[in-house]
Design a protein around this ligand. Structure first.
Ligand code: EPZ
Length: 417
């Protein structure tokens, strides 16, 4: 159990380097299995989710190690196609190994994935798409058993732009005979990063970033190097922390256009935002304004992952904000905890209404998921007195050294672990 101690009232100022993207790193780590290759990755964040993915790679027989923010993999020795429950349950995105294993081994055996409790989080879209490629997928005692055999390219239409299902299709289709056309694909920047990596591995793939991705197969190159792009949700989190404290912070390495919807609302809340190539500076007023209606949506819409941290930044804003969460059915878990600080939030179904209050008072909170935990830290930065966040490792799944980053900006925060 991590105990985060936050003493509020400090303005955040200075320069914050933005880490590599967790949600780009994890599918790229899985993709390293698709064909035998020696792989070098740069700017990989040091996170417990990355550690979990590296453990899975080593279990599969690959050499995989992280040195600082570099990761070295040799997937030529991959010799196993099953992932035990203990390794699967550590994170949701372990399901992404399914497509990679079907491509490489023609089969895969893994249990249903774990991850944040954001709702049911089924994988029906993954399974349906892989079956359309010809994979035979059954269940055996809570485990998914896939036999790929020879996969055949086909046209697949996703009824919802699921990020994970898009990634699983991209990986499996690399080994399919003939062309695969994926319609209704997710358009997140992490999908583009995965395409770039697969191309380096020898895949003939195009269209990532649009809702139509075409995969024509693969001529393995045997080696690949890639640099992980910046984490747009971590950048959004630091921007919200700066905004919440009336701060003046430069986000070094951030790609502003990848979280422009978040910046749009921070600007509407009264922040001045100056964007340069690979960085941006945010200067916040003493008091933010409520921003009216926010509706989360698949990229390029407002990202669900930034919803909790923007909510936290607006708890003392003058005026109201109304957030509709359309992606996950249980993504307001942070609300009861934020109310313990004195926040005025009412939730009705998928809509949360935030009315700004003049003061928040420190309290003891419990993090229930990754972004909800980060939101509690953001709120604690603006509360009087000390806020203690009890956290079973959620925050460190996605934020590299968040305590050190915030302390370097002037926050009075430390983490007992
Ligand atoms: C990815 O999760 C991200 N995780 C999530 O970030 C992010 O919130 C999510 O995409 C949406 O942007 C990683 O990339 C590792 P989805 P994923 O498949 O792939 C439903 C974070 O904080 N759905 O796009 O699991 C699902 O229940 C994490 O970094 C099905 O119904 O998301 C959800 O309601 C949290 N059937 C919605 O779609 C399926 O087969 C979005 O899911 C798959 C998904």
């Amino acid at each position: 159990m991590d105990l985060w101690h936050v003493r509020g009232g400090k303005r955040l100022t200075g320069v914050c380097p933005i880490q590599g993207s967790k949600n780009a790193s994890l599918p790229i780590l899985a993709a390293s299995v698709v064909s035998p290759a020696r792989i070098e990755l740069e700017n990989v964040p040091r996170l417990s989710d990355v550690d979990a993915a590296l453990r899975i790679l080593r279990h599969l027989g690959c050499r995989a190690e992280q040195q600082g923010n570099a990761v070295y993999i040799d997937s030529s020795t991959c010799s196993c196609s099953d992932i035990p429950h203990a390794l699967m349950e550590e994170m949701r995105s372990s399901v992404i190994f399914m497509g990679a294993l079907i491509a490489r081994c023609g089969e895969a055996r893994l249990s249903l994935p774990g991850g944040c409790q954001l709702g049911k989080r089924p994988i029906d879209l993954h399974l349906s798409a892989l079956r359309q490629l010809g994979a035979e997928i059954g269940e055996d005692g809570g485990e998914i058993v896939c036999r790929g055999g020879k996969l055949r390219g086909t046209r697949i239409a996703l009824p919802f732009p699921s990020v994970g299902a898009t990634e699983n299709v991209m990986l499996a289709a690399c080994a399919a005979e003939g062309e695969t056309v994926l319609c209704g694909a997710a358009r997140e920047p992490e999908i583009v990063a995965l395409q770039d990596f697969l191309r380096a591995m020898g895949a003939r793939i195009r269209g990532a970033g649009s809702d139509r991705i075409v995969i024509e197969g693969m001529e393995p190159t045997g080696r690949a190097c890639a640099r992980i792009p910046p984490d747009r949700i971590v950048a959004a989190t630091i921007a919200c922390a700066a905004a919440a404290t009336g701060g003046d912070v430069e986000l070094r390495g951030a790609e502003a256009q990848q979280f422009s919807t978040v910046l749009h609302f921070l600007n509407r809340a009264g922040c001045d935002i100056m964007c340069r190539k690979r960085s941006l500076r945010l200067i916040a007023p003493g008091i933010l304004r409520g921003v009216g209606e926010i509706v989360t949506a698949p990229y390029p819409g407002f990202p669900t992952d930034a919803q909790p941290v923007l909510m936290a930044a607006l708890l003392k804003a003058r005026g109201e904000t109304r957030i509709t969460e359309t992606i996950f059915e249980n993504r307001f878990r942070q609300v009861p905890e934020l109310r313990r600080l004195g926040a005025d939030i009412t939730v009705s179904g998928r809509v949360a209404e935030i009315r700004g209050v003049r003061r928040l008072r420190g309290a003891t909170l419990t993090a229930g998921d990754l972004r909800g935990g980060a939101a509690m830290l953001v709120a604690g930065l603006t509360a009087e007195g000390e806020t203690l966040v009890r956290d079973r490792g959620h925050i460190m799944r996605g934020y590299e050294a968040l305590d050190l980053r915030l302390r370097a900006l002037g926050a009075d925060i430390d983490r007992e672990y």
